[in-house]
Design a protein around this ligand. Structure first.
Ligand code: HPA
Length: 270
């Protein structure tokens, strides 16, 4: 694994000599941020040695090197999901590569089902904490000290400082933001009513199928994280209706301009 990580990092460094300290995972709802990037180079995942290849529709796979304002960034357009059949080590391989490229801050976005009864479909939630319900962990296996400690601290998985900054940006633009706990599950099934209820009872405000593995690995790597989620459907008893991937994409697209505004401005503060 370490050999592959180093090989991929040095391949990317050779081709693009990235100086970026900020990486963005352009999950659902952040696709529009691509338009804000002054793109210097892109590379398709298929062309990157050791990278898995994304299979889900609506998730293109390429790495983008460029700038947002004056801030150098690396963006992942498309991510890997556990439900696609990758191991969590494969899902988080790009984050390891980012670690070796010198990334200090990771921004991730996703779509989720709302569990908190105060939330409305279309709301944007800053992730303040998570609950790992994948039934797996990307750090299982022999620990390599070069990557991080055996028992990593998770007392502040999502930066309080960046959360505060996001709220003041949202305030300035009159955008309503929520903050809450994200429950990460393997998917690909959406939740049954009983599962939504369970995730609410254990302390979740939203539930989705990504982000937790990436943030675990980023924490292990000492990378500061910021996560943001679009509530695309409701898991609140009495409000649960049939949902589809298409519906999730549609709601996310509507929230995208506000999400983009916040992240774009947040990045300029880094
Ligand atoms: N559950 C899990 N993942 C999701 C949901 C949901 O309700 N909505 C968007 N992603």
């Amino acid at each position: 694994m370490l050999k592959e990580i180093k090989e991929t990092a040095s391949f990317l460094r050779k081709h693009y000599s990235p100086a970026a300290e900020t990486a963005i995972v352009l999950g659902t709802g952040l696709g529009g941020l691509v338009k804000e990037i002054d793109i210097q180079a892109t590379i398709a995942y298929q062309e990157i040695p050791n990278f898995p290849v994304s299979t889900v529709e609506g998730h293109e796979g390429r790495l983008i090197f460029g700038k947002i304002g004056d801030t150098e960034i690396i963006a992942m357009q498309g991510r890997f999901h556990y439900y696609e059949g990758y191991s969590l080590q494969q899902v988080t391989f790009p984050i390891r590569v980012m670690q070796f490229l010198g990334i200090k801050t990771l921004i991730v976005s996703n779509a989720s089902g709302g569990l908190n009864p105060d939330y409305k479909v279309g709301d944007i939630m800053v992730i303040t904490d998570h609950i790992n319900m994948f039934g797996d962990n990307p750090l299982i296996g022999r620990n390599l000290e070069e990557l991080g400690p055996r028992f990593p601290d998770m007392s502040e998985p999502y930066s309080k400082d960046l959360t505060e900054k996001a709220f003041s940006i949202a305030d300035k633009h009159g955008i309503t933001l929520r903050k809450g706990v994200y429950v990460g599950t393997s998917g690909p099934t959406f939740e049954t009513p009983a599962e939504y209820k369970f995730f609410r009872i254990i302390g979740g405000d939203a539930v989705g199928m990504s982000t937790v593995p990436e943030v675990i690995v980023a924490c292990h790597a000492g990378i500061t994280c910021f996560g943001i989620s679009i509530i695309t459907d409701s898991g609140v008893p009495g409000q649960i209706v049939e949902i589809s991937h298409e519906e999730v994409q549609k709601v996310a697209a509507e929230a995208e301009p506000n999400m983009t505004k916040i992240i774009k401005e947040l990045i300029t503060t880094l």
